[in-house]
Write a protein that binds this ligand. Structure first.
Ligand code: NAP
Length: 308
């Protein structure tokens, strides 16, 4: 029987692991399908305290992993299918044909990129449709591409893509960016970025090989339609929390974010905690996820101490 199983290895998961390992709880971490979480798909992180020159996202995550392992956290590559609570009051974590048992569980599974929901969208992933500029940007040199969205992610991706693309269209459904001022100003000042305001993508158009060649745009003010030639579409319209596998052990809001007790990381089920982007739709920062991971580990530690 484990003391604590941490599901997810992003900022929240690793911070929970560092704290619970230092409390001698010997945490077991289960990676999920994206070890290291969302920061492994980003470039420079400029706002994580302690790195005045910034740090590359993947490097930050490797550092966190090493720090967690140094204190005894164990990491297994596994995707969790379900978590159930037994009559005896502990948890069964089901992964493939294996069932692990634990006294407490910390869910730190983060969130996955949202897509537009256009027919055939999933099949286009890898053929000119992606949510990761750092992963795929370099494939699109000297050709026009577009980014959909108006938040920090969209601005960051657009900025990064100007290293490769001949032109980056930033397609936003309104006429004002949601992004923070510094990110918005940086994107709009970039000569290679051209904002396309009040527009939504209604269709993806492919060439004979099935690769992206253009998008259909609809103007949200007058409903007029136009075609924009791009070789790749980078979708940056937010995320969907990875909470589906927990079932009714937790309550979620309308968008699937796990509801925590006010000011806590505890969920409605004693011994089950949620930390980071899977529960936080408001801040969604690396540092706030790390903070919640710390809080979840402290809450788990206190609960275990009380029950001993
Ligand atoms: P976000 O802030 O939720 O922005 C999503 C954008 O997509 C919004 O502009 C939204 O439009 C648009 N959108 C949503 N659904 C759409 C749809 N169906 N069709 C067209 N457009 C749609 O998400 P995010 O940019 O991923 O950022 C998430 C969080 O991470 C934020 O807190 C952000 O500050 C943070 N972040 C920080 C950094 C950094 O500091 N380096 C980098 C990236 C992200 P509306 O504006 O009209 O709602």
């Amino acid at each position: 029987m484990e003391n604590v199983i941490i599901i997810g290895t992003g900022c929240a998961g690793y911070t929970a692991a560092i704290y619970s390992a230092r409390a001698n709880l010997e945490p077991l971490m289960l990676t999920g399908t994206q070890p290291g979480g969302q920061l492994t798909t980003t470039t420079e992180v400029e706002n994580f305290p302690g790195f005045p020159e910034g740090i590359m996202g993947p490097e930050l995550m490797t550092n966190m992993q090493q720090q967690a392992e140094k204190f005894g956290a164990r990491i297994e590559f596994a995707n969790v299918d379900a978590v159930v609570k037994t009559e005896a009051g502990h948890f069964e974590v089901k992964t493939g044909d294996k069932t692990l048992e634990s006294k407490t569980v910390i869910i730190a599974t983060g969130a996955a990129p949202r897509h537009l929901g256009i027919e055939g969208e999933k099949e286009l992933i890898g053929h000119g449709l992606t949510s990761c500029a750092t992963c795929d940007g370099a494939f699109y040199r000297d050709v026009p591409v577009c980014v959909i969205g108006g938040g920090d992610s969209a601005c960051e991706e657009a900025d990064f893509l100007t290293r490769f693309a001949s032109k980056v269209y930033l397609i936003h459904r309104r006429d004002e960016l949601r992004a923070s001022k510094i990110m918005a100003d940086r994107a709009l000042a970039n000569e290679k970025i051209e904002p396309v305001w009040n527009s939504v993508v209604t269709d993806y158009l492919t060439d004979d090989e099935g690769e992206m060649r253009a998008v259909t745009l609809k103007n949200t003010e007058d409903d007029s339609e136009s075609e924009l030639e791009v070789k790749c579409v980078f979708v940056a319209i937010g995320h969907i929390p990875n909470s589906g596998f927990v079932g009714d052990l937790v309550d979620t809001d309308d968008n699937g974010y796990i509801i925590q007790k006010p000011g806590r990381t505890a969920t409605k089920t004693p011994g089950l905690f949620a930390a980071g982007d899977v529960a936080d739709h408001y801040y969604r920062q690396a540092i706030t996820a790390a903070g919640q991971g710390c809080a979840a580990a402290l809450e788990a530690e206190r609960l275990l101490a009380e029950s001993d």
